[in-house]
Write a protein that binds this ligand. Structure first.
Ligand code: CMX
Length: 423
């Protein structure tokens, strides 16, 4: 099997021909209608963009290139990135090739650390991470080539180059921020003998082989969630203006840093530990219900529950619970997370607002990290961000290969809506 670059290059002519034919022969075919509720409701369910890397089925969850995520939990993140990009899992040689690419490209420039060191000590790790990526924009091959006057059909190549550089450096950037932000001592260098996920664990400072496995799983499960979620869509929009991958990924991750999106995993374990603290240990069912109602009655959401698209327990949550059953079944926090899963859906159903009362990915991940001693909650979204960068980068490279148009949906004013509905 050819290396990632060559395999993707060989697919481009077919992808372009296919797109050209569909757009020409079916240009006026209607694929969606938009209601007033959707216009006011975050465009939920409006089909208005294309994403081929993955799909989220309301009753099944994440499907990557046709493969349900629960069938991919034994894969390592490098295999997942290859799959996202090409639609195929790599064979041993292609996987080795991608790992060698990462090793060749590892190494966060010194000037990045200087900028991060100048930030206030209590800066949020996500602000530091996104800043680090933006500062590295200096390295962008896409911007250099665009300034020199590259052809539109060549855009994908430096976009892939930037993406590989970014992905190679992100675990190191993320781990360096962890060690700096939480006074864990000097940065730990990248180990060329380790895979991407294990390297991240190693650079964080934890060489427990089970933590390596946890990290590989974490990075695999968070990799992508089709195109319309806040981070993917933000990255897509910014990239569509031909802002380079550093700008686009940083923009997407700024969205991931919101509490209704990726930051929920920081909020989630915090909520659980507060409950444990309040009741002086693992809460009873009644105590859990009381805590849930207290949160809901104060107008707050229960983090880790509900989803804009899913209408079933998130399979990524299921994967974390399965992993926990093997590695930390007796851990109090893990047990509480499972108990919360028994209670919260019922409470949310009774509350009657959330369309999906089931857990999302963020409800389960924290207990695994906590078990392995990674207990700085504000850092959790950075782990999510390292993983989600795979989805954002693959979507972006594919879009540059296909010459996807600049994003520009039509907005209307309230007066227009009033007239339209006859008010
Ligand atoms: N707790 C309390 N109320 C909830 C809720 C929850 N977990 N989930 C949804 N609701 C409420 C909404 O706030 C909304 O209330 P209003 O009508 O008063 O505005 C109502 O139920 C309907 O919302 P929905 O259509 O079911 O959900 P949305 O598509 O609007 O929002 C999401 C989806 C994820 C933002 C929402 O479920 C939520 O806030 N969950 C908690 C935060 C969270 O876990 N986010 C992580 C999601 C995964 C990710 O993207 O990383």
């Amino acid at each position: 099997m050819p290396a990632l670059h060559d395999k993707f290059a060989s697919q481009i002519p077919r992808l372009r021909d296919e797109l050209k034919a569909i757009a020409k022969d079916h240009a006026q075919h209607k694929i969606s209608e938009v209601t007033v509720a959707q216009a006011y409701g975050g465009m939920r369910g409006v089909k208005g963009m294309i994403c081929d890397t993955s799909l989220v089925e309301p009753d099944k969850g994440l499907i990557i290139r046709g493969i349900p995520i629960l069938e991919l939990t034994d894969k390592i993140p490098e295999e997942i990135f290859y799959l996202l990009m090409t639609g195929d899992l790599p064979d041993a040689a292609a996987l080795k090739g991608l790992q060698e690419e990462y090793t060749k490209r590892a190494g966060v420039p010194d000037y990045v650390w200087k900028v991060l060191e100048a930030m206030p000590k209590e800066s949020h790790p996500m602000a530091m991470f996104d800043t680090g990526i933006l500062v590295m924009e200096h390295e962008s091959e896409f911007r250099k080539r665009y300034t020199e006057g590259m052809k539109k059909t060549d855009y994908w190549e430096p976009a892939l180059e930037d993406s590989l550089n970014l992905l190679a450096k992100l675990p190191e950037l993320a781990a360096g921020i962890y060690r700096m932000r939480y006074d864990k001592g000097p940065r730990i260098p990248y180990d060329p003998k380790l895979d991407w996920g294990a390297n991240y664990a190693h650079m964080l400072g934890n060489d427990d082989k089970d933590f390596y496995s946890a990290m590989r799983l974490y990075l695999t499960l968070h990799c992508d969630h089709e195109g319309g979620n806040v981070s993917a869509f933000s990255c897509h929009t910014v990239g569509s203006a031909l802002s380079d991958p550093y700008y686009a990924v940083s923009a997407g991750l700024n969205g991931l840093a919101g509490p209704l999106h990726g930051l929920a995993n920081q909020e989630c374990l915090g909520w659980i530990l507060k409950v444990v603290e309040k009741f002086g240990g693992t809460p009873t069912d009644e105590q859990l219900k009381e805590a849930a109602w207290e949160t809901l009655n104060s107008g707050k959401v229960i983090p880790g529950y509900g989803h804009a698209v899913l209408r079933c327990p998130d399979p990524r949550f299921v994967a974390f619970v399965d992993f926990g059953a093997k590695y930390c079944a007796d851990d109090d926090v893990y047990k509480t997370v499972k108990k919360v899963f028994d209670i919260i859906p019922g409470v949310l159903k009774e509350h009657g607002k959330a369309k999906n009362p089931q857990p999302n990915v963020d409800a389960g991940s924290g207990s695994i990290l906590y078990h392995f001693g990674l207990r700085e909650f504000p850092y959790y979204t950075v782990l999510f961000a390292v993983s989600r960068s795979m989805g954002m980068c693959s979507q972006l490279v594919i879009n540059r290969a296909l010459g996807t148009a600049i994003t520009r949906p039509k907005s209307v004013g309230t007066d227009w809506i009033k007239k339209e509905v006859g008010l």
